[in-house]
Design a protein around this ligand. Sequence first.
Ligand SMILES: Cc1cc2nc3c(=O)[nH]c(=O)nc-3n(C[C@H](O)[C@H](O)[C@H](O)COP(=O)(O)O)c2cc1C
Length: 360
Amino acid sequence: MIYEHAIRPMLFNLPPEAAHSGTLRIAGALARVGLIGNTIERILKLEDERLAISSAGLKFPNPIGLGAGMDKNAIALDLLGQLGFGSLEVGSISSNPSGGNRSTPRLQRVPQEQSLLVNYGVPNDGIKVIAERLRRYHACAPLGVSLVETNTGVQNTTSAVIEELQKAALVAAPLADYLTINLQCPNSISGPFAKASNLRALLRALADIGDMPPTFLKTAATTDERLIDELTGTACDFPFVRGIALSVIIRRPFATTGKHHSSTTGSVTGGPLRTLALESLRAWYRRIDRQRLMLIGAGGVSTGAQAYEFIQNGASLIQLVTALVYRGPAVARRIKSELLAAIERDGVANIQEAIGCVMV
Ligand SMILES: Cc1cc2nc3c(=O)[nH]c(=O)nc-3n(C[C@H](O)[C@H](O)[C@H](O)COP(=O)(O)O)c2cc1C
Protein backbone atom coordinates (compact mmCIF):
# COMPACT_ATOMS: atom_id res chain seq x y z
CA MET A 1 0.00 0.00 0.00
CA ILE A 2 2.71 2.48 1.03
CA TYR A 3 4.61 1.51 -2.10
CA GLU A 4 1.67 1.93 -4.46
CA HIS A 5 0.48 5.23 -2.96
CA ALA A 6 3.71 6.96 -1.96
CA ILE A 7 6.87 5.36 -3.33
CA ARG A 8 5.75 4.30 -6.80
CA PRO A 9 4.41 7.75 -7.79
CA MET A 10 7.77 9.22 -6.76
CA LEU A 11 9.72 6.63 -8.75
CA PHE A 12 7.42 7.00 -11.76
CA ASN A 13 8.24 10.73 -11.82
CA LEU A 14 11.81 9.79 -12.72
CA PRO A 15 12.93 8.52 -16.13
CA PRO A 16 12.53 4.70 -16.00
CA GLU A 17 16.21 3.79 -16.36
CA ALA A 18 17.24 6.36 -13.70
CA ALA A 19 14.55 5.00 -11.35
CA HIS A 20 15.77 1.43 -11.93
CA SER A 21 19.47 2.12 -11.34
CA GLY A 22 18.79 4.59 -8.50
CA THR A 23 16.56 2.12 -6.65
CA LEU A 24 19.21 -0.58 -6.91
CA ARG A 25 21.92 1.74 -5.61
CA ILE A 26 19.76 2.76 -2.65
CA ALA A 27 18.81 -0.89 -1.99
CA GLY A 28 22.50 -1.82 -2.07
CA ALA A 29 23.33 0.92 0.45
CA LEU A 30 20.38 0.05 2.73
CA ALA A 31 21.46 -3.59 2.86
CA ARG A 32 24.73 -2.47 4.45
CA VAL A 33 22.68 -1.12 7.36
CA GLY A 34 21.90 -4.55 8.77
CA LEU A 35 19.00 -3.36 10.92
CA ILE A 36 17.01 -2.09 7.92
CA GLY A 37 17.40 -5.29 5.94
CA ASN A 38 16.48 -7.42 8.94
CA THR A 39 13.38 -5.29 9.64
CA ILE A 40 12.23 -5.57 6.01
CA GLU A 41 12.82 -9.32 6.13
CA ARG A 42 10.79 -9.64 9.34
CA ILE A 43 7.86 -7.62 7.94
CA LEU A 44 7.79 -9.57 4.68
CA LYS A 45 8.44 -13.01 6.15
CA LEU A 46 6.06 -15.76 5.05
CA GLU A 47 7.57 -19.21 5.17
CA ASP A 48 5.48 -22.32 4.74
CA GLU A 49 6.72 -25.81 3.89
CA ARG A 50 3.67 -26.26 1.62
CA LEU A 51 5.16 -23.68 -0.76
CA ALA A 52 8.50 -25.49 -1.16
CA ILE A 53 9.53 -26.93 -4.52
CA SER A 54 12.18 -29.64 -4.88
CA SER A 55 13.34 -29.87 -8.45
CA ALA A 56 16.54 -30.09 -10.49
CA GLY A 57 18.36 -31.23 -7.36
CA LEU A 58 17.57 -27.93 -5.60
CA LYS A 59 15.15 -26.96 -2.87
CA PHE A 60 13.34 -23.68 -3.46
CA PRO A 61 11.53 -22.33 -0.36
CA ASN A 62 8.73 -21.14 -2.65
CA PRO A 63 8.10 -21.03 -6.42
CA ILE A 64 8.20 -17.23 -6.83
CA GLY A 65 11.62 -16.22 -8.15
CA LEU A 66 13.06 -12.86 -9.08
CA GLY A 67 13.97 -13.03 -12.77
CA ALA A 68 17.12 -11.83 -14.51
CA GLY A 69 17.27 -8.15 -15.40
CA MET A 70 16.34 -6.57 -12.07
CA ASP A 71 19.86 -6.77 -10.62
CA LYS A 72 22.15 -7.29 -13.59
CA ASN A 73 25.32 -6.45 -11.68
CA ALA A 74 24.56 -8.02 -8.30
CA ILE A 75 24.70 -4.70 -6.45
CA ALA A 76 21.53 -5.11 -4.37
CA LEU A 77 21.30 -8.86 -3.88
CA ASP A 78 21.37 -8.75 -0.10
CA LEU A 79 18.28 -6.56 0.13
CA LEU A 80 16.48 -8.28 -2.76
CA GLY A 81 17.17 -11.54 -0.94
CA GLN A 82 15.19 -10.24 2.02
CA LEU A 83 11.99 -9.74 0.01
CA GLY A 84 10.99 -13.41 0.32
CA PHE A 85 11.61 -14.68 -3.20
CA GLY A 86 12.18 -18.42 -3.59
CA SER A 87 15.12 -17.84 -5.93
CA LEU A 88 17.10 -14.88 -7.21
CA GLU A 89 18.63 -14.65 -10.65
CA VAL A 90 21.36 -12.09 -11.36
CA GLY A 91 22.40 -10.93 -14.80
CA SER A 92 22.34 -11.50 -17.61
CA ILE A 93 26.13 -11.32 -17.32
CA SER A 94 28.59 -11.59 -20.17
CA SER A 95 32.20 -12.63 -20.29
CA ASN A 96 33.26 -9.03 -21.02
CA PRO A 97 31.71 -5.82 -19.68
CA SER A 98 29.21 -4.12 -21.98
CA GLY A 99 27.44 -0.77 -21.99
CA GLY A 100 24.43 -2.32 -23.71
CA ASN A 101 22.44 -0.67 -26.48
CA ARG A 102 23.24 2.93 -27.36
CA SER A 103 19.81 4.06 -28.49
CA THR A 104 17.61 5.55 -25.78
CA PRO A 105 15.23 5.29 -24.04
CA ARG A 106 16.22 1.74 -23.12
CA LEU A 107 13.41 1.26 -20.63
CA GLN A 108 9.84 2.53 -20.91
CA ARG A 109 6.79 2.07 -18.71
CA VAL A 110 3.33 1.33 -20.01
CA PRO A 111 1.25 1.62 -16.81
CA GLN A 112 -2.06 1.13 -18.68
CA GLU A 113 -0.92 -2.45 -19.34
CA GLN A 114 1.28 -3.01 -16.26
CA SER A 115 4.07 -3.50 -18.75
CA LEU A 116 7.62 -2.42 -19.56
CA LEU A 117 9.33 -2.02 -22.88
CA VAL A 118 12.93 -3.17 -22.50
CA ASN A 119 15.70 -2.39 -24.92
CA TYR A 120 18.73 -2.42 -22.60
CA GLY A 121 20.83 -4.82 -24.68
CA VAL A 122 22.21 -6.54 -21.56
CA PRO A 123 24.55 -3.88 -20.13
CA ASN A 124 26.64 -5.36 -17.31
CA ASP A 125 30.00 -5.10 -15.58
CA GLY A 126 31.26 -8.46 -16.89
CA ILE A 127 31.62 -11.75 -15.07
CA LYS A 128 34.98 -11.06 -13.37
CA VAL A 129 33.81 -7.93 -11.55
CA ILE A 130 30.41 -9.37 -10.69
CA ALA A 131 31.96 -12.61 -9.43
CA GLU A 132 33.66 -10.62 -6.64
CA ARG A 133 30.23 -9.35 -5.52
CA LEU A 134 28.76 -12.85 -5.68
CA ARG A 135 31.55 -14.16 -3.44
CA ARG A 136 30.43 -11.72 -0.72
CA TYR A 137 26.73 -12.58 -1.01
CA HIS A 138 25.05 -14.66 1.71
CA ALA A 139 22.26 -16.53 0.01
CA CYS A 140 18.90 -17.10 1.66
CA ALA A 141 17.39 -18.77 -1.42
CA PRO A 142 18.94 -20.51 -4.42
CA LEU A 143 21.03 -18.07 -6.44
CA GLY A 144 20.96 -18.27 -10.21
CA VAL A 145 23.46 -16.63 -12.53
CA SER A 146 22.22 -15.81 -16.01
CA LEU A 147 24.87 -15.75 -18.73
CA VAL A 148 24.71 -14.17 -22.15
CA GLU A 149 26.94 -13.28 -25.09
CA THR A 150 28.64 -9.86 -24.75
CA ASN A 151 26.75 -7.15 -26.60
CA THR A 152 29.24 -5.61 -29.03
CA GLY A 153 26.69 -4.61 -31.65
CA VAL A 154 28.54 -6.82 -34.14
CA GLN A 155 27.48 -10.35 -35.01
CA ASN A 156 30.02 -12.90 -33.80
CA THR A 157 30.85 -16.34 -35.16
CA THR A 158 29.05 -19.16 -33.36
CA SER A 159 32.33 -20.64 -32.14
CA ALA A 160 33.33 -17.27 -30.62
CA VAL A 161 29.96 -16.99 -28.84
CA ILE A 162 30.38 -20.53 -27.47
CA GLU A 163 33.92 -19.82 -26.28
CA GLU A 164 32.70 -16.67 -24.50
CA LEU A 165 29.81 -18.42 -22.77
CA GLN A 166 32.13 -21.22 -21.70
CA LYS A 167 34.58 -18.71 -20.20
CA ALA A 168 31.80 -16.97 -18.30
CA ALA A 169 30.37 -20.29 -17.07
CA LEU A 170 33.77 -21.37 -15.79
CA VAL A 171 33.84 -18.37 -13.44
CA ALA A 172 30.15 -18.44 -12.52
CA ALA A 173 29.67 -22.19 -11.96
CA PRO A 174 31.28 -22.42 -8.49
CA LEU A 175 29.41 -19.31 -7.30
CA ALA A 176 25.89 -20.22 -8.40
CA ASP A 177 23.28 -22.71 -7.22
CA TYR A 178 22.14 -22.81 -10.82
CA LEU A 179 23.07 -21.24 -14.13
CA THR A 180 20.74 -19.96 -16.79
CA ILE A 181 22.05 -19.67 -20.30
CA ASN A 182 20.25 -16.84 -22.06
CA LEU A 183 20.03 -18.22 -25.60
CA GLN A 184 18.75 -14.91 -26.93
CA CYS A 185 22.05 -13.40 -28.05
CA PRO A 186 22.04 -9.62 -28.26
CA ASN A 187 24.01 -9.36 -31.52
CA SER A 188 21.68 -11.30 -33.79
CA ILE A 189 17.91 -11.44 -34.08
CA SER A 190 17.26 -15.18 -33.90
CA GLY A 191 20.57 -16.13 -32.24
CA PRO A 192 22.79 -19.03 -33.32
CA PHE A 193 21.25 -21.48 -30.86
CA ALA A 194 17.93 -21.77 -32.68
CA LYS A 195 19.90 -24.32 -34.73
CA ALA A 196 20.18 -27.66 -32.89
CA SER A 197 23.77 -28.39 -34.01
CA ASN A 198 24.94 -25.04 -32.58
CA LEU A 199 23.11 -25.65 -29.32
CA ARG A 200 24.70 -29.10 -29.10
CA ALA A 201 28.16 -27.55 -29.62
CA LEU A 202 27.45 -25.02 -26.84
CA LEU A 203 26.27 -27.69 -24.40
CA ARG A 204 29.31 -29.86 -25.19
CA ALA A 205 31.59 -26.90 -24.39
CA LEU A 206 29.76 -26.34 -21.09
CA ALA A 207 29.88 -30.06 -20.26
CA ASP A 208 33.68 -29.86 -20.69
CA ILE A 209 33.79 -27.56 -17.63
CA GLY A 210 33.08 -30.71 -15.63
CA ASP A 211 31.41 -29.52 -12.47
CA MET A 212 28.35 -27.73 -13.83
CA PRO A 213 25.53 -26.78 -11.44
CA PRO A 214 21.95 -27.47 -12.59
CA THR A 215 21.50 -25.38 -15.72
CA PHE A 216 18.43 -23.93 -17.39
CA LEU A 217 18.16 -22.78 -20.99
CA LYS A 218 16.25 -19.52 -21.40
CA THR A 219 14.51 -19.26 -24.70
CA ALA A 220 11.81 -17.13 -26.30
CA ALA A 221 8.23 -18.12 -25.53
CA THR A 222 7.05 -20.21 -28.47
CA THR A 223 4.39 -22.78 -29.27
CA ASP A 224 6.30 -24.14 -32.30
CA GLU A 225 6.40 -27.90 -31.71
CA ARG A 226 9.36 -28.48 -34.03
CA LEU A 227 11.47 -25.94 -32.14
CA ILE A 228 10.37 -27.36 -28.80
CA ASP A 229 11.21 -30.94 -29.81
CA GLU A 230 14.60 -29.95 -31.23
CA LEU A 231 15.59 -27.97 -28.17
CA THR A 232 14.42 -30.49 -25.59
CA GLY A 233 15.85 -33.40 -27.62
CA THR A 234 19.27 -31.76 -27.56
CA ALA A 235 19.02 -30.63 -23.93
CA CYS A 236 18.14 -34.13 -22.71
CA ASP A 237 21.50 -35.46 -23.94
CA PHE A 238 23.28 -33.32 -21.34
CA PRO A 239 22.55 -34.34 -17.72
CA PHE A 240 23.53 -30.94 -16.27
CA VAL A 241 20.68 -29.30 -18.22
CA ARG A 242 17.73 -29.52 -15.87
CA GLY A 243 15.14 -27.21 -17.31
CA ILE A 244 13.83 -24.61 -19.71
CA ALA A 245 13.05 -21.01 -18.75
CA LEU A 246 10.58 -19.26 -21.00
CA SER A 247 11.30 -15.67 -21.85
CA VAL A 248 10.02 -12.61 -23.66
CA ILE A 249 10.12 -12.26 -27.42
CA ILE A 250 13.13 -10.17 -28.25
CA ARG A 251 13.28 -7.26 -30.68
CA ARG A 252 9.95 -7.81 -32.35
CA PRO A 253 6.86 -5.70 -32.30
CA PHE A 254 4.36 -7.31 -30.04
CA ALA A 255 1.44 -8.60 -31.99
CA THR A 256 -1.20 -10.00 -29.66
CA THR A 257 -2.53 -7.22 -27.44
CA GLY A 258 -0.43 -4.22 -26.59
CA LYS A 259 -1.70 -1.37 -28.76
CA HIS A 260 0.79 0.77 -26.86
CA HIS A 261 3.67 -1.35 -28.16
CA SER A 262 2.72 -2.12 -31.70
CA SER A 263 5.14 0.20 -33.46
CA THR A 264 8.12 -0.05 -31.13
CA THR A 265 11.07 -2.40 -31.02
CA GLY A 266 12.28 -3.98 -27.78
CA SER A 267 10.94 -6.70 -25.53
CA VAL A 268 7.54 -6.31 -23.99
CA THR A 269 7.19 -7.59 -20.43
CA GLY A 270 4.38 -7.79 -17.94
CA GLY A 271 0.63 -7.96 -18.61
CA PRO A 272 0.54 -8.18 -22.43
CA LEU A 273 2.91 -11.16 -22.36
CA ARG A 274 0.84 -13.34 -20.05
CA THR A 275 -1.49 -15.08 -22.53
CA LEU A 276 1.35 -16.01 -24.85
CA ALA A 277 3.56 -17.07 -21.93
CA LEU A 278 0.84 -19.40 -20.67
CA GLU A 279 0.17 -20.86 -24.13
CA SER A 280 3.88 -21.46 -24.57
CA LEU A 281 4.16 -23.08 -21.16
CA ARG A 282 1.35 -25.50 -22.05
CA ALA A 283 2.98 -26.36 -25.38
CA TRP A 284 6.32 -27.10 -23.68
CA TYR A 285 4.78 -29.08 -20.83
CA ARG A 286 2.96 -31.34 -23.29
CA ARG A 287 6.21 -32.24 -25.06
CA ILE A 288 9.11 -32.22 -22.58
CA ASP A 289 10.47 -35.22 -20.73
CA ARG A 290 9.10 -34.26 -17.31
CA GLN A 291 11.43 -36.65 -15.50
CA ARG A 292 14.44 -34.81 -16.93
CA LEU A 293 13.43 -31.19 -17.38
CA MET A 294 11.45 -28.68 -15.36
CA LEU A 295 9.85 -25.51 -16.69
CA ILE A 296 10.27 -21.97 -15.41
CA GLY A 297 7.37 -19.76 -16.45
CA ALA A 298 7.57 -15.99 -16.76
CA GLY A 299 5.54 -13.21 -18.26
CA GLY A 300 3.17 -10.88 -16.50
CA VAL A 301 2.68 -12.83 -13.28
CA SER A 302 1.71 -10.40 -10.54
CA THR A 303 -0.95 -12.17 -8.43
CA GLY A 304 -1.32 -15.49 -6.64
CA ALA A 305 -4.12 -16.51 -9.04
CA GLN A 306 -1.85 -15.93 -12.04
CA ALA A 307 1.07 -17.78 -10.43
CA TYR A 308 -1.26 -20.68 -9.54
CA GLU A 309 -2.48 -20.86 -13.15
CA PHE A 310 1.12 -21.01 -14.43
CA ILE A 311 1.93 -23.76 -11.93
CA GLN A 312 -1.19 -25.76 -12.76
CA ASN A 313 -0.22 -25.52 -16.42
CA GLY A 314 3.25 -26.93 -15.89
CA ALA A 315 5.61 -24.36 -14.34
CA SER A 316 7.67 -25.64 -11.41
CA LEU A 317 8.90 -22.12 -10.79
CA ILE A 318 7.77 -18.64 -11.76
CA GLN A 319 10.04 -15.69 -12.38
CA LEU A 320 8.90 -12.12 -12.30
CA VAL A 321 10.45 -8.68 -12.75
CA THR A 322 7.73 -6.31 -13.93
CA ALA A 323 5.39 -7.02 -11.00
CA LEU A 324 8.11 -5.87 -8.59
CA VAL A 325 8.10 -2.50 -10.38
CA TYR A 326 4.31 -2.13 -10.32
CA ARG A 327 3.39 -3.85 -7.03
CA GLY A 328 6.51 -3.16 -4.98
CA PRO A 329 8.69 -5.06 -2.52
CA ALA A 330 5.82 -6.95 -0.86
CA VAL A 331 4.87 -8.66 -4.13
CA ALA A 332 6.42 -12.06 -3.31
CA ARG A 333 4.75 -12.10 0.10
CA ARG A 334 1.34 -11.24 -1.39
CA ILE A 335 1.61 -13.90 -4.09
CA LYS A 336 2.73 -16.53 -1.56
CA SER A 337 -0.17 -15.76 0.73
CA GLU A 338 -2.64 -15.94 -2.22
CA LEU A 339 -1.06 -19.24 -3.33
CA LEU A 340 -1.56 -20.72 0.13
CA ALA A 341 -5.21 -19.63 0.06
CA ALA A 342 -5.61 -21.25 -3.38
CA ILE A 343 -4.24 -24.66 -2.34
CA GLU A 344 -6.33 -24.60 0.85
CA ARG A 345 -9.44 -23.80 -1.21
CA ASP A 346 -8.69 -26.66 -3.61
CA GLY A 347 -7.71 -29.16 -0.91
CA VAL A 348 -4.21 -29.58 -2.38
CA ALA A 349 -1.58 -30.68 0.16
CA ASN A 350 1.24 -28.56 -1.22
CA ILE A 351 2.16 -26.46 -4.23
CA GLN A 352 4.42 -29.14 -5.71
CA GLU A 353 1.33 -31.34 -6.13
CA ALA A 354 -0.32 -28.64 -8.23
CA ILE A 355 2.41 -28.58 -10.92
CA GLY A 356 0.81 -29.44 -14.26
CA CYS A 357 -2.37 -30.70 -12.57
CA VAL A 358 -4.70 -29.36 -15.26
CA MET A 359 -2.53 -30.84 -18.02
CA VAL A 360 -2.83 -34.60 -17.30
C1 LIG B 1 14.12 -4.31 -17.09
C2 LIG B 1 14.23 -5.75 -17.50
C3 LIG B 1 15.45 -6.27 -17.85
C4 LIG B 1 15.57 -7.61 -18.22
N1 LIG B 1 16.80 -8.12 -18.50
C5 LIG B 1 16.93 -9.45 -18.71
C6 LIG B 1 18.21 -10.02 -18.87
O1 LIG B 1 19.24 -9.35 -18.80
N2 LIG B 1 18.29 -11.36 -19.09
C7 LIG B 1 17.19 -12.15 -19.14
O2 LIG B 1 17.32 -13.37 -19.32
N3 LIG B 1 15.95 -11.64 -18.98
C8 LIG B 1 15.80 -10.32 -18.77
N4 LIG B 1 14.55 -9.79 -18.58
C9 LIG B 1 13.37 -10.68 -18.71
C10 LIG B 1 12.84 -11.13 -17.35
O3 LIG B 1 13.78 -11.92 -16.66
C11 LIG B 1 11.53 -11.92 -17.51
O4 LIG B 1 11.78 -13.14 -18.19
C12 LIG B 1 10.49 -11.13 -18.29
O5 LIG B 1 10.53 -9.77 -17.94
C13 LIG B 1 9.06 -11.65 -18.10
O6 LIG B 1 8.65 -11.53 -16.78
P1 LIG B 1 7.82 -10.26 -16.22
O7 LIG B 1 6.67 -10.04 -17.14
O8 LIG B 1 7.43 -10.68 -14.86
O9 LIG B 1 8.76 -9.12 -16.20
C14 LIG B 1 14.41 -8.44 -18.25
C15 LIG B 1 13.17 -7.89 -17.91
C16 LIG B 1 13.07 -6.57 -17.53
C17 LIG B 1 11.73 -6.04 -17.15
